[in-house]
Ligand binder design. Structure first.
Ligand SMILES: Nc1nc2c(ncn2[C@@H]2O[C@H](COP(=O)(O)OP(=O)(O)OP(=O)(O)O)[C@@H](O)[C@H]2O)c(=O)[nH]1
Ligand SMILES: [Mg+2]
Ligand SMILES: [Zn+2]
Length: 303
């Protein structure tokens, strides 16, 4: 018995595609199994290591996932949605056209902070020179906060991104149309065929990505392409989580008048003073307050 066949009938594999409740699991010897999870409440994501039981020639049932080192997910009042598991770096792709949503970018960064996932911002479509100038300025704030910003024209040349991806399990996230799948195709020129194959197998006929898909770039590097996001709920964060997800707040924490200050409307708040002194950007504090308000609103139904 090998380490990948722990119990009779049970094999261990990596989730390499996820489309709703349909998963593709790659076993140690490279076989692909089309799987559904056991039980209605269980859900998995690309990057999960799972135990599966074969139920047919190329089919199986996912019994459980191994413990995760990280989990990128979003949650609104009604449900939680897993984006990717066991990732070390999120590549948030933005572009000037269609205009990117800064609120969504901030939410992606916050979700990463909470899971201790490194975040990298790609400013794609820099070949659209005129449109890009304003967006580049808009991103200065994030660069100053310590998030690397990589300008890219994925259509033309993917090489500026390659070294930043190396040695990481990456996930591409962002709005639809920013160029995530174009980046994958640039990294793996033969990937279109593979994408078509998997999409066909999963019965998805759309042009934009509807299936999260993991690609191995080399022995140490992989990248997950994920479907475009429109919203990014963060109701799984606690108030404390939220504060800690804003790295620039850190120097001011512990200096507020009240020990239980929420840095929202409280008098004598050191964070609010820092905003007034322009030591913390107003855009970030607004985002923070918006999220505090969301946490204060109606309770989560999935909790
Ligand atoms: N001008 C320009 N267009 C680009 C570039 N990269 C991608 N595009 C175009 O942007 C559009 C969207 O690209 P996709 O790669 O499908 O975007 P996506 O982020 O994967 O979108 P979803 O799968 O819907 O989330 C396509 O028409 C691409 O050809 C670029 O560097 N420059
Ligand atoms: Mg795509
Ligand atoms: Zn405060």
């Amino acid at each position: 018995m090998t380490e990948h066949q722990t119990r009779s009938g049970t094999e261990t594999g990596l989730v390499t595609a996820a489309h709703g409740r349909h998963y593709v699991v790659e076993l140690a010897h490279g076989d692909l199994l089309h799987c559904y999870p056991r039980g209605k409440r269980n859900s998995y994501a690309c990057g999960d290591m799972v135990d599966v039981e074969r139920s047919g020639d190329r089919q199986g049932t996912i019994k459980n996932a191994h413990s995760r080192t990280s989990l990128l997910y979003r949650s609104d009042r009604y449900r939680q949605k897993i984006i990717a598991a066991n990732i070390t770096q999120a590549v948030v792709v933005v572009a000037a056209k269609p205009a990117f949503n800064e609120d969504l970018l901030q939410r992606c960064l916050i979700a990463c902070e909470q899971q201790h996932i490194k975040a990298l911002i790609v400013l794609n479509k820099t070949d659209l020179v005129e449109e890009t100038a304003k967006t580049a300025i808009q991103l200065t704030l994030y660069r100053e906060l310590g998030y690397p910003v990589v300008p890219l024209a994925a259509h033309n040349d993917i090489s500026p991104l390659k070294s930043a991806l190396r040695g990481q399990r990456n996930v591409l996230v962002g709005q639809s149309g920013m160029g995530k799948s174009t980046i994958v195709n640039g990294l793996l020129p033969d990937v279109r065929a593979r994408t078509a194959e998997i999409s066909e197998a999963l019965d998805s006929g759309k042009h934009t990505t509807t299936t999260a898909q993991l690609y191995q770039l080399d022995a140490e590097t992989s990248i997950i392409d994920s479907p475009g996001l429109q919203t990014f709920g963060l109701l799984h964060l606690s108030q404390t989580d939220l504060v800690n997800c804003f790295p620039e707040f850190k120097p001011f924490l512990g200096h507020c008048r009240f020990d239980d200050c929420r840095h929202n409307v409280e008098p004598g708040c050191a964070v609010i003073s820092a905003v007034k002194e322009q030591r913390v950007d107003e855009r970030r504090w607004s985002a923070y307050r918006e999220l505090v308000a969301e946490l204060d609103a109606k309770p989560r139904r999935w909790a």
